[in-house]
Ligand binder design. Structure first.
Ligand code: ADP
Length: 263
């Protein structure tokens, strides 16, 4: 509880400090201006051989800068959540094209869906964003390929105290996990991974906002986010979201629905 409070307070404080990222943005701009400058000099000298390369470098930096401001704005704006009863399996199914395009051919994408998954109560757009961020992180952790598994399950947490149990204090939730067989994270990275702006990625490639946004989304949805990771073996990030209490269905064991076909 104390840890959650500490994390929430940090998120609050950092929400007002998002301008700090201007430093990264400025470095990207410096790269763009540098490329344009070189192009100008070469053109004046009538040397046109590497112009295409300078254009590509400038474009890549401009695209990274645009992605950075986009994510920064989404983080700063912190749109109010719009929770709805959500069928998470259908939501993941609807993302299959996007997910295939996001990962490389060397990555085997698997979806293990709990067939009788409970509906959950969450903002579906934020959940899509969260899953996409997790898939991007998993992809980045497997530069030489591997297996990326998205799994859904139903979960139940019973109060240990029998009196509380008799009072019906049992929480039911839907788990969405994204696992990879990638680099894994040492414990000191796991400890900081949910911190806003914490990144181990090279400049322009990581904002350090993905996992902190996921943490914020899970907590605001009255759920949880959790990381398990072993260096050299891989990582699983699990989001737990509350069951939508209005609709109850029977639980069946999880089965594999197979690998997503590549387009
Ligand atoms: P970013 O991806 O922009 O760096 P995140 O908040 O999503 O920001 O992640 C923070 C850091 O956590 C990453 O830079 C990386 O070091 C680590 N990380 C996140 N996901 C994974 C993963 N699946 N495998 C290994 N490391 C990861």
């Amino acid at each position: 509880m104390g840890e959650d409070l500490r994390q929430s307070q940090k998120m609050e404080a950092v929400g007002q400090l998002t301008g700090g990222i201007a430093h990264d943005f400025n470095n990207l701009l410096t790269g763009i201006v540098g490329s344009l400058d070189l192009m100008q000099t070469r053109m004046r000298q009538g040397r046109t051989e590497n112009l295409q390369r300078y254009i590509e470098t400038a474009m890549a930096s401009a695209n990274r800068a645009a992605a950075l401001t986009h994510r920064l704005l989404a983080f700063a704006r912190r749109q109010p959540l719009d929770p709805k009863p959500t069928d998470v399996n259908a939501l993941i199914g609807g993302m299959s094209d996007l997910l295939r395009r996001t990962t490389s051919e060397a990555i085997e994408l698997r979806v293990l869906s709990e067939p009788a998954l409970w509906p959950t109560l969450c903002d579906p757009h934020q959940l899509e964003n969260a899953i996409l961020n997790l898939v991007i992180n998993a992809r980045d952790a497997m530069p030489n390929g591997g297996v990326l598994t998205i799994a859904t399950t139903n979960g139940r947490h019973e109060a240990k105290d029998p009196d509380l149990r008799n009072l019906g204090l049992t929480s039911e939730y839907v788990c969405i996990s994204v696992s990879d067989t990638g680099t894994g994270m040492p414990p000191e990275v796991v400890a900081r991974a949910f911190d806003p702006f914490f990144t181990t990625k090279p400049l322009g490639q990581g904002t350090g906002l993905g996992l902190s946004m996921i943490y914020g989304f899970a907590r605001q949805s009255e759920g949880q986010a959790h990381i398990e990771s072993v260096v050299g073996r891989g990582t699983t990030v699990t989001i737990r979201l509350p069951r939508n209490a209005a609709s109850h269905v029977e639980v069946a064991p999880a089965t594999e629905i197979g690998e997503l076909p590549r387009g």
